[in-house]
Design a protein around this ligand. Structure first.
Ligand code: ATP
Length: 235
């Protein structure tokens, strides 16, 4: 579904990503793990068109997409849930969700997807007329994920969905990520500091160090890998 070929990207004079090669197949959950500042968010933002690709290629369903704008990429089915949620605090829950379906015109489909996100997160249905900014951190994460789902993505990019959440909420968010993947065969690219939980729901994983992919393997093998255990799993 998505392929990065020798992607280089960065900010101003700083090159952050070096020759990134990465493949995501349709229906997979892929996780990208790495230390603070390794380049995880930059990788996601290069895919979603926010950080420009300086050289290399990104192919989505076989088409080159690395020169397209973020709104075009959303229309093609690539949606990112950014780190720190970035919901609209002064808009209600319902209005935040409407922003997610902004580019769509299929009323029936939008209604179906609204019912779906309310079934995933019933608390959002209860709070639909409440301002987004008044929700708890966990509820805001639910809203940010739901807003992305309202665009009916083929590929969902999740940047640190567990950040700053209580353990019980983290567990619930990871279960829902798995469910979203199963229910609609939504392909998921998950960036996480919480490598242990991420690898438990992922099919495969990549490790990024200083902007370079150093390891790529099945999630099962990564969980058993002693270097990974020491560096990222606290074992
Ligand atoms: P974290 O888990 O801490 O979010 P990360 O792996 O997602 O880390 P990135 O956010 O991709 O890392 O950052 C990679 C590097 O790029 C870091 O050195 C960071 O300081 C730098 N960087 C990130 N955003 C910018 C920016 N807007 N301008 C300049 N440098 C940036």
């Amino acid at each position: 579904m998505l392929e990065l070929r020798r992607v280089n990207a960065g900010y101003g004079n700083i090159q952050v990503l070096h020759q990134i090669d990465l493949i995501i197949n349709s229906g997979e959950i892929i996780t990208l793990i790495g230390a603070n500042g390794a380049g995880k968010s930059t990788t996601l933002m290069a895919i979603s068109g926010i950080v420009p690709v300086r050289s290399g290629k990104i192919l989505f369903e076989g088409e080159p997409v690395h020169k397209l704008s973020p709104d075009k990429l959303v229309a093609m089915g690539i949606c990112q849930v950014p780190e720190g949620r970035h919901i609209f605090p002064q808009l209600t829950v319902q209005e935040n969700l409407d922003m997610g379906s902004f580019l769509r015109t299929d009323r029936e489909g939008i209604k179906e997807d609204l019912d779906y996100v309310f079934s995933l997160f019933p608390i959002l249905a209860e709070r639909r007329n409440q301002d987004g900014g008044t929700l708890s951190g966990g509820e805001q994460q639910m809203l940010a994920m739901s807003r992305a789902l309202m665009a009916r993505p083929k590929l969902l990019l999740l940047d640190e969905p567990s950040m700053g959440l209580a353990p019980l909420m983290i567990k619930q968010i990871f279960e829902i990520v798995k469910k979203i993947n199963k229910d609609h065969n939504t392909t998921i690219f998950l960036v996480e500091q919480n490598a242990n939980q991420a690898l438990h729901i992922a099919d495969r994983g990549y490790v990024i160090e200083n902007g370079k992919i150093t390891i790529s393997d099945s999630a099962e093998n990564l969980l058993q890998n002693q270097d990974i255990q020491k560096a990222y799993l606290g074992i």
